[in-house]
Design a protein around this ligand. Structure first.
Ligand SMILES: [Fe+2]
Ligand SMILES: [Fe+2]
Length: 242
């Protein structure tokens, strides 16, 4: 396995590791995003077993001990499995996450106390502002959240829009259908009455780009993609309740 690096925005790097053994023959990617600023921020740590690969990739971009912020969407192995390995190699690094994840998991599981972010709070990483947004249970996990980089208007949407395969780092072709196909395989979304409204609120941010954790990132009409995804989940919820 190798970790590929692509700069998908100005000093926004996508680190992508393709695992062919997951849902063969398509395979599956695990992506982390490094957002450079005076205080660089990593969104998703990657699996604990992938730490050697991901940390080597980050070190090709910057000295890893200069990492300042470690963030992720929710408490799961691919999102934060190597957080303590990162804390060990980056002495100034702090984990930043929402209130639920911090109090339920991180205060106990992380080797240093997390910086707790309230819903809508922005983090100044030196030259960029990162907004944290709670999205409880969307797509899964009651501690779920996303981050939004205000200058490039990039929504780092975590497991939303998950799709299989090893496509290009960035596409403009629609990603809603591939994500619904992945939903049929994995059932990763906690489908409920707040699913679609939560996704529509993300569309209201008017993002220009979607940074996707599993699959290609998206530089087409991100607002329409979010609205279409919300509508598709609405349809599925109505069908499930019928
Ligand atoms: Fe997840
Ligand atoms: Fe994930």
């Amino acid at each position: 396995m190798e970790t590929r690096i692509d700069e998908i925005g100005d000093k926004i790097y996508r680190l992508s590791t393709f695992v062919p053994d997951i849902v063969p023959p398509s395979g599956f990617t695990f992506n982390q995003f490094l957002i450079m600023g005076d205080d660089p921020l990593l969104f998703h740590t990657g699996l604990r077993t992938m730490f050697p690969l991901v940390s080597a990739a980050v070190s090709r971009i910057m000295p890893i001990d200069k990492l300042r912020w470690i963030t992720f969407g929710h408490y799961e192995a691919d999102e934060c499995g190597s957080m303590n390995e990162w804390l060990a190699v980056a002495p100034q690094a702090e984990i930043a996450h929402g209130m639920t994840g911090s109090t339920v998991s991180l205060i106990d599981m992380a080797d240093r106390p997390p910086r707790v972010l309230s819903n809508g709070e922005t983090l100044d990483i030196g030259g960029r502002r990162i907004r944290y947004i709670d999205t409880p249970h969307v797509p899964h996990g009651w501690d779920a959240g996303v981050i939004y980089e205000e200058t490039s208007r990039t929504l780092f949407c975590g497991d939303l829009f998950t799709h299989v395969g090893n496509g290009p780092a960035m596409v403009e072709t629609e990603i809603v259908s591939p994500s619904l196909a992945a939903e049929d395989i994995f059932g990763f979304t906690s489908l409920g009455p707040t699913t679609a409204p939560t996704i529509r609120k993300l569309a209201d941010l008017a993002p220009r780009m979607l940074a996707v954790m599993h699959g290609s990132s998206y530089a087409g009409n991100a607002v329409v993609a979010l609205q279409d995804l919300a509508s598709a989940y609405d349809t599925r919820l109505r069908a499930a309740m019928a």
